[in-house]
Design a protein around this ligand. Structure first.
Ligand SMILES: [Zn+2]
Length: 187
C-alpha cells in the first residue's frame, strides 16, 4: 500500500508539521492513521485530527499547542515563503509585458540606443539593467534581442534630428517632469 506522509504536502506550514508527526494520511483510502493508537480517521481535516488528539491523547495535544506558538521555530520556517511573497509583490507591481506602458518604454529605449549608437549589448550589462530598474521599478528591462528587433524596425525613416528630442523625452520619461533649468544643466 502506498502511504504518503502528509507533512510533505504541508511543507512550509511549520504550524502543522508537528501535528503530522503523529498522523499518516493514506491518499488511496482518504483516511488518516493515528500513529500512537493506530486509529483510522476519515479524511485529513486538521480540525478533526486535533480533536482526536485533544480527546484521546491530551498530552500530545498540549505539546502541539505549545509548538504552534513557538516564536523562533516559526520565524525560521517562514523565512522562505516570505521572500517569495516579496518577489511576487514586486512582479505584480511591474508593467504587464504586453501593456502600453511597457511597450512605450521599450520603443523609447530602442530609439535612444539606436540614436546614441550604443551597443545593444548594453542590455547585458548588469549595472545598466540595475540602473534602468532603479529609475523605473515597474519596468522590465527588455532583452538585447528585443531591443535589436525594435531598433531594426525603427531604423527605416529615422531622422537624426529626432535624437535630441528623444533623448529629452527619455529623460523626462524616466525622471518624471522636470523644470527646464534642470534639464539644460545636464552635462
Ligand atoms: Zn490516536
Amino acid at each position: 500500500m502506498l502511504e504518503m506522509s502528509a507533512s510533505v504536502i504541508v511543507t512550509g506550514r511549520k504550524r502543522r508539521e508537528d501535528l503530522w508527526m503523529y498522523f499518516t494520511f493514506d491518499v488511496k483510502d482518504n483516511n488518516t492513521l493515528c500513529k500512537p493508537c493506530r486509529a483510522t480517521l476519515a479524511g485529513k481535516n486538521t480540525t478533526n485530527l486535533k480533536r482526536h488528539l485533544r480527546t484521546t491523547h491530551p498530552e500530545i495535544h498540549k505539546k502541539i499547542q505549545k509548538t504552534s506558538n513557538d516564536g523562533p521555530s516559526q520565524a525560521s520556517g517562514s523565512a522562505q515563503p516570505q521572500q517569495s511573497i516579496c518577489t511576487a509583490l514586486l512582479a505584480a507591481s511591474k508593467y504587464k509585458v504586453d501593456s502600453k506602458e511597457q511597450h512605450a518604454r521599450e520603443e523609447v529605449i530602442a530609439r535612444w540606443i539606436g540614436c546614441t549608437g550604443l551597443s545593444v549589448r548594453t542590455f547585458e550589462d548588469e549595472d545598466f539593467v540595475g540602473m534602468m530598474e532603479t529609475v523605473d521599478r515597474k519596468l522590465t528591462v527588455p532583452k538585447k534581442t528585443k531591443i535589436s528587433n525594435l531598433i531594426d524596425k525603427q531604423y527605416e525613416g529615422e531622422k537624426q534630428k529626432e535624437c535630441l528630442l528623444l533623448g529629452e523625452y527619455l529623460f523626462a520619461l524616466i525622471c518624471g517632469p522636470k523644470k527646464d533649468s534642470q534639464l539644460h544643466s545636464l552635462p
